[in-house]
Design a protein around this ligand. Structure first.
Ligand code: NAP
Length: 292
């Protein structure tokens, strides 16, 4: 029976860990707050007292935590997974981290004889729980083959972009383009509302026009209805991803990345007001009427 240690049981990680149980793996779980693990433990997962404890005698460690800081803590902290992983064990980073961080982790973990691959994901929490994520992999081809049995339970599609770090490059540009679109939808809808347009007609026109994308359609409906009930992605996470994308852009492009910076600024404002609320709530920020 393959053994996996899963670290980080938030909106995404909880469902992903459950997929390994469904697939018959021996699963050990750790999360900073234990409450999120209770039902997984009831389903047969072993609770670990730390990432280091989770990683003892496992074939692969998979992480799905918030950001660089959290990733560093769970891999390399005092009780980090890397302190107990045996040489040759897979270290699979599914968290969205910065490109610099993915390269640093790869260097650090490889120097300990571990196999680090970056495999950030696209898909919402429901896709995570049903094994329908798209995995964006950066890894040597041979390492990807070793990791494949641990990727298949969580991803319906595996896209291999190249060496370590390349999956993260794609994830960051994907989310940057998303951030710009979502901030743009909020401003467009806000203008339409204040100008008194029939919003039903506006939504119909968006849905059938050339700017329609799955993301534009989903968010425009939710924003117009001010329906943020199914919070899936927070303003804090969107801001983090945009900030990581700006750092990447600045390391590669001669020109100032204006759109990326605008996205960071927009989500910094949203995060300051409601850090844990859905990113689409940005409409509430931008839709206030101008006072004469
Ligand atoms: P979330 O619900 O906020 O969960 C964040 C996870 O990180 C929790 O397990 C949290 O532990 C842990 N964490 C945060 N800081 C930590 C620290 N300093 N040390 C240890 N653990 C820490 O976020 P999520 O939506 O699941 O997102 C997880 C990752 O997936 C992020 O990198 C995000 O960008 C990416 N992602 C999210 C989505 C989405 O739709 N939500 C889609 C694709 C990718 P606690 O439970 O104790 O707080």
């Amino acid at each position: 029976m393959p053994r996996v240690a899963f670290i980080g049981l938030g909106r995404m990680g909880h469902g992903m860990a459950g997929r390994y149980l469904d697939a018959g793996f021996a699963v050990t779980v750790w999360n900073r707050s234990k409450a999120k693990a209770e039902d997984l433990i009831a389903r047969g997962a072993r609770w670990a007292t730390s990432p280091a404890d989770a990683a003892i005698d496992t074939d692969a460690v998979v992480t799905m935590v918030a950001d660089d800081e959290a990733s560093r803590a769970v891999w390399l902290g005092e009780d980090g997974a890397a302190t107990t992983m045996k040489a040759g064990t897979l270290a699979i980073e599914c968290s969205t981290v910065s490109h610099r961080h993915a390269l640093d982790m790869s260097r650090e973990l490889d120097s300990r004889g571990l196999i680090y691959i970056d495999s950030p994901v696209t898909g919402l929490p429901d896709a995570a729980a049903s094994g329908n994520l798209t995995l964006l992999v950066g890894a040597d081809a041979a390492d990807l083959e070793k990791a494949r049995p641990f990727l298949e339970p969580i991803g319906a599609t595996i896209r291999h972009f190249g060496a370590v770090g390349t999956g993260t490059v794609y994830k960051l540009i994907n989310n940057l383009m998303g951030a710009i679109q979502i901030a743009g939808i909020a401003e467009g809808l806000a203008i339409a509302e204040q100008a008194g347009l029939d919003m039903k007609l506006v939504l119909q026109s968006i849905e059938t026009g050339v700017i329609a994308s799955p993301q534009v359609i989903r968010h425009s409906k939710r924003m117009a209805a001010r329906n943020f009930a199914d919070a899936t992605f927070t303003a804090t996470l969107r801001h983090k991803d945009a900030a990581y994308a700006v750092a990447l852009a600045e390391s590669l492009l001669a020109d100032k990345p204006l759109m990326s910076r605008a996205a960071v600024e927009s989500y910094a404002r949203a995060k300051a007001i409601a850090p844990d609320d859905d990113e689409a709530k940005i409409i509430e920020l931008v839709s206030r009427a101008k006072r004469e």
